[in-house]
Design a protein around this ligand. Structure first.
Ligand SMILES: Nc1ncnc2c1ncn2[C@@H]1O[C@H](COP(=O)(O)OP(=O)(O)OP(=O)(O)O)[C@@H](O)[C@H]1O
Ligand SMILES: Nc1ccn([C@H]2C[C@H](O)[C@@H](COP(=O)(O)O)O2)c(=O)n1
Length: 229
């Protein structure tokens, strides 16, 4: 652990590039807080589904999210995700939420609400690693370090398949199609589309193992120590 780093690391990138696993490990190494903003959009999606609302109905989605209390923790070693006081940490990773989350996260009123919450959580921490799609571009435009993580689509599908224990070519093709669908949706929406910030360092993890990526991001974070921004 290093207690030297203070500030914010913004870690963005497409689905399945390793943001969550890398961000959590970087936060632990830096002794920093950790914020998974994707978990917040997923929890908001739980609220939408439980309200019986069509995820494509932007007005009803905004009302359902406004009526719900979405809470996430910022400790790197535990996962706390709640909607109205109910633990949804497992449910947010399920296929029902994954199918609907891109539509919910494209609603501007939902984004405004969650971005306000994200900035408040970040302001409460001396050092924090925040992962998502728009952290370097919208949420924290003055972040101390911005990293945009990429990986070849085939590598991402293989990693996700290994994570889920899926092995058949059909299952892997279905995962690859889901990754493509979410990338397309997330990068083409009007509000805060997925894209690298102009001042982001792009790290391609296709040929790096997870520890290699963590080492690189920690090295970049520590290189900012003592540098005014
Ligand atoms: N460099 C790497 N090499 C091999 N596997 C990796 C690497 N980085 C992450 N992984 C694995 O890839 C899978 C996907 O990683 P992770 O969930 O962290 O991605 P993500 O970008 O947060 O995805 P999403 O945006 O969909 O939540 C996990 O099983 C993780 O352990
Ligand atoms: N800052 C963010 C974080 C996430 N999203 C959206 C886009 C994703 O499809 C979805 C779930 O994120 P994941 O858990 O897969 O990282 O949430 C976003 O729009 N902005």
């Amino acid at each position: 652990m290093s207690a030297d780093f203070t500030g914010q690391v913004a870690l963005d990138g497409p689905s399945g590039t390793g943001k969550s696993s890398v961000a959590r490990a970087v936060a632990a190494r830096l002794g920093a807080a950790y914020l998974d903003t994707g978990a917040m959009y997923r929890a908001a999606t739980v609220a939408v589904l439980d309200a019986g609302v069509d995820p494509e109905d932007a007005e009803a989605v905004a009302a359902a999210v406004a009526a719900a209390a979405v809470e996430v923790g910022t400790a790197a070693d535990t996962e706390l995700v709640q909607v109205d006081g109910v633990d949804v940490a497992v449910r947010i990773r399920g296929p029902e939420v994954t199918r609907a989350v891109s539509a919910v996260s494209a609603v501007p009123a939902v984004r405004r609400r969650l971005v306000d919450q994200q900035r408040a959580l970040v302001a409460a921490a001396d050092a924090v690693v925040v992962e998502g799609r728009d952290i370097g571009t919208v949420v924290l435009p003055d972040a101390t370090l911005k990293v945009y993580l990429t990986a070849a689509p085939e590598a991402r599908a293989q990693r996700r398949a290994a994570q889920l224990g899926l092995t058949t070519p059909d299952e892997i093709a279905e995962l690859a199609a889901d990754l493509r669908r979410r990338d397309e949706y997330d990068s083409s929406r009007a509000d805060s589309p997925l894209r690298p910030a102009e001042d982001a360092v792009v790290v391609d993890s296709t040929h790096l193992d997870r520890e290699g990526v963590v080492d690189r991001v920690v090295e970049l974070a520590l290189s900012t120590v003592g540098v005014a921004r």
